[in-house]
Design a protein around this ligand. Structure first.
Ligand code: PGA
Length: 252
């Protein structure tokens, strides 16, 4: 049995003060919840304050990106060493990073290795865009991104990675994918590829989230699908009540 995991991707939202308030409210709203992992991913500037606010809570902390080098002349970048000082998780290869900041499959692979080497759990994002979806390339694109991200990872390393399947056309659009379609794509194009790269046991052990316009009223339909192990939530994670409702809907 895979433990479900729901992560909040706050993207470029929340000042330190706002992040602390939201964290406090999320913490309160999830006090009696069990049987699930929850990760908050604030912007870098708020990581330290959110960590302090979470002190003693079961809720975990993640960054939204990082460089793969430990240190050096990379102005504006944050290293795995620095992220690992504060966080347990790191989101890698989000489609917005691929689209606006030139992230490549190769870079995502380097970052995935660096995260694992520093004891971080990477949440590796994959997903096709609208054009690729319409051209019937979903399986090839998603499978290719998975193959690239896992290149050179041992079975033990691979088993620690979390994958977020996020169709680009569903992110921030209010148009989620069909739960049954997501289930099929994860089964065939993600677990199928992982079984080829490793073995069936490893493919079944790796947790795969869905992301893209997840809301309190659609989460249960995703959570009921056997291949979906939780969600990566953007917009609906910016309010404590909607995020808490999504976490709870994952458990029904
Ligand atoms: P969304 O974003 O929930 O706002 O669609 C999801 C994501 O980008 O991770």
């Amino acid at each position: 049995m895979r433990t479900p995991i729901v992560a909040a991707n706050w993207k470029m939202h929340k000042t330190i003060r706002e992040a602390v308030d939201l964290t406090r409210d999320v913490r309160r709203a999830l006090l009696d919840v069990q049987g699930i992992e929850v990760v908050l991913c604030p912007p870098f500037t708020a990581l330290s304050a959110v960590r302090d606010t979470l002190g003693g809570s079961w809720i975990q902390l993640g960054a939204q990106n990082m460089h793969f080098e430990e240190q050096g002349a990379f102005t504006g970048e944050i290293s795995p060493l620095m992220v690992a000082e504060l966080c347990q998780y790191v989101i890698l290869g989000h489609s917005e990073r691929r689209q606006y900041f030139g992230e490549t499959d190769e870079g995502v692979n380097k970052k995935t290795k660096a995260a694992l080497a520093h004891g971080l759990i990477p949440i590796v994002c994959v997903g096709e865009n609208l054009e690729q979806n319409r051209a019937g390339q979903t399986s090839a694109v998603v499978g290719g991104q998975v193959r690239a991200a896992f290149q050179g990872l041992s079975r033990q390393e691979a088993a620690r990675v979390i994958i977020a399947y996020e169709p680009v056309w569903a992110i921030g659009t209010g148009i989620p994918a069909e739960p049954a379609d997501v289930n099929r794509i994860i089964g065939v194009s993600i677990r199928g590829v992982l079984a080829e790269l490793y073995d069936e046991e490893t493919a079944q052990a790796i947790r795969v989230q869905y992301g893209g316009s997840v809301k309190p009223d659609n989460m249960a339909d995703f959570a009921r699908q056997p291949e979906i192990d939780g969600a990566l939530v953007g917009g609906a994670s910016l309010k404590a009540d909607s995020f808490a409702a999504i976490v709870k809907a994952t458990l029904v």
